[in-house]
Design a protein around this ligand. Structure first.
Ligand SMILES: [Fe+2]
Length: 368
C-alpha cells in the first residue's frame, strides 16, 4: 500500500504578501506544512533545499518567473517529480499552454477557490506519493540487484580460486615424485599469464592460460620411476620414454567439456616444441605450434633456468637467462613471445619473488 506523507510540505511562491498570507491560511488549516517564497529565485532555492511535496507558483515575480522556475525544477532529476501548480491571474490559453510546455502539472486561476484548490492538491499529492513509492521501490530494487551481483561475484571468485588451487595441487601431485615444488607450478602459471597479458590476448584466453599452464607436465605421472627419477643422463631409449610425458599429458586432459582443460591438453602436448621445428613430440614449426604451447615453453624454460632446485646443476641469474632466451629467439622460441616476455620483466621479477620455493626440496632425480 502506498503511504502518503503525514503532513505534506507545500511551497507557495508569490510576490504579493497578501496572496502568500491567504494561501498559508488555507493550507495550514488543511494540515499542510507551508514554505513561503517572495520571488522566483527564492522559490528555486527553497525547492532544492527543502524538497517540498508540491509547489504553487505565481507566474509574474521578480527575478525568475514561474515558467522559468518550473523549467529548472523539471530539468533536475531530484526535483522533477515534485508536482507544480501554476497559480495566476493570467488565464489566457497561451499561458496555460506554456505552463504545460515547461512541465507544470496543473493550472489554477486567481482568485483561488479554496474547494478547488483542496481537491487539486489532494489529487496531485496522491500522484506524488505514488511517484515517490515507485522511485523508492526502484532504488531498493537496484540496491538489491547490486548486492546480489556482488554476492554472486564473490561466490564465483571463490569457485575460481578453489579451482585454481585444485589445479595447482593436482599438478603438484602429478609431479610429486619428480620433486617439483608447488611454487614452481604457480610460477609457470603466472609467467605464462604475464606473457599472455603483454601479448594483448583477451581476458578469457588469459585466464584459460593461467589455469592450463600449470598442468604442462602432468604426463610425467605416466613415466616409470626408474626413468623419471634416474640420476644423471638418460640413454636414447629412456629419453624417448621421457618425451612421452607430452603425449600422456595430452591424453589425460583431452576431450574435456571445459575450454581451459582442453587448452591444458594442447599445452601438455606442445610445450617442448621449438619455433625452428627441432622440438618434440611432433617437430612442429613456427605458428603451427599453438600459441599457448609457445608461451608455456618459454615460461617453463625460464623457470627451469632460474629456480633453485637441488637436483639441477647451474642455476642461472635472471640476466643470464634473459640473455639466453633472447639468443634463442627465432630458434627455440617464438620471437613475438620473447619480446612480450622481455617487456614484462617487472611483473616476471615480482612473480619470482612471490613464489620463491620456500617449501623444502628433498633430493631429486634428473629434471626434464
Ligand atoms: Fe615438460
Amino acid at each position: 500500500m502506498i503511504k502518503m506523507e503525514q503532513n505534506p510540505k507545500i511551497l507557495v511562491a508569490d510576490d504579493e504578501p497578501v496572496n502568500r498570507d491567504l494561501m498559508e491560511a488555507i493550507l495550514s488549516k488543511l494540515g499542510y506544512r507551508v514554505l513561503l517564497a517572495g520571488d522566483g529565485d527564492q522559490a528555486l532555492a527553497l525547492a532544492l533545499d527543502q524538497m517540498p511535496d508540491l509547489i504553487l507558483l505565481d507566474i509574474v515575480m521578480p527575478g525568475l518567473d514561474g515558467f522559468e522556475v518550473t523549467g529548472k525544477l523539471k530539468e533536475n532529476d531530484r526535483t522533477k517529480i515534485i508536482p507544480i501548480v501554476i497559480v495566476s491571474g493570467k488565464s489566457e490559453v497561451r499561458d496555460r499552454v506554456k505552463a504545460l510546455e515547461v512541465g507544470a502539472d496543473d493550472f489554477l486561476n486567481k482568485p483561488v477557490d479554496p474547494t478547488e484548490l483542496k481537491a487539486r492538491i489532494r489529487s496531485l499529492l496522491k500522484v506524488k506519493a505514488y511517484n515517490d513509492h515507485m522511485v523508492n521501490y526502484q532504488k531498493k530494487l537496484e540496491e538489491e540487484v547490486a548486492k546480489r551481483t556482488l554476492q554472486l561475484k564473490a561466490s564465483l571468485d571463490k569457485i575460481k580460486s578453489a579451482s585454481l588451487e585444485a589445479i595447482y595441487r593436482l599438478s603438484l601431485a602429478a609431479e610429486y615424485k619428480n620433486k617439483e615444488t608447488g611454487d614452481h607450478i604457480k610460477r609457470v602459471s603466472h609467467y605464462a599469464e604475464a606473457i599472455a597479458v603483454k601479448m594483448g590476448l583477451n581476458k578469457a584466453t588469459i585466464e584459460a592460460i593461467l589455469y592450463a599452464a600449470p598442468m604442462h607436465d602432468v604426463g610425467k605421472i605416466g613415466i616409470p620411476d626408474h626413468i623419471l627419477l634416474k640420476p644423471g643422463k638418460h640413454d636414447e631409449k629412456e629419453w624417448e620414454i621421457m618425451k612421452q610425458h607430452t603425449t600422456i599429458g595430452a591424453r589425460i586432459m583431452e576431450g574435456s567439456d571445459y575450454g581451459f582443460i582442453r587448452l591444458a591438453s594442447v599445452i601438455a602436448l606442445t610445450h617442448h616444441e621449438r619455433w625452428d621445428g627441432g622440438g618434440y613430440p611432433r617437430g612442429l614449426k613456427g605458428k603451427k605450434i599453438p600459441l599457448a604451447g609457445r608461451i608455456a615453453a618459454l615460461a617453463d624454460f625460464f623457470d627451469a633456468m632460474t629456480s633453485t632446485r637441488p637436483y639441477r646443476e647451474g642455476i642461472h641469474s635472471l640476466e643470464h637467462t634473459i640473455g639466453a632466451i633472447k639468443m634463442n629467439s627465432g630458434s627455440h622460441f617464438d620471437p613475438e613471445v620473447v619480446d612480450c616476455f622481455v617487456q614484462s620483466q617487472d611483473r616476471i621479477r615480482q612473480i619470482k619473488e612471490t613464489f620463491s620455493d620456500n617449501l623444502p626440496s628433498p633430493d631429486r632425480g634428473a629434471a626434464k
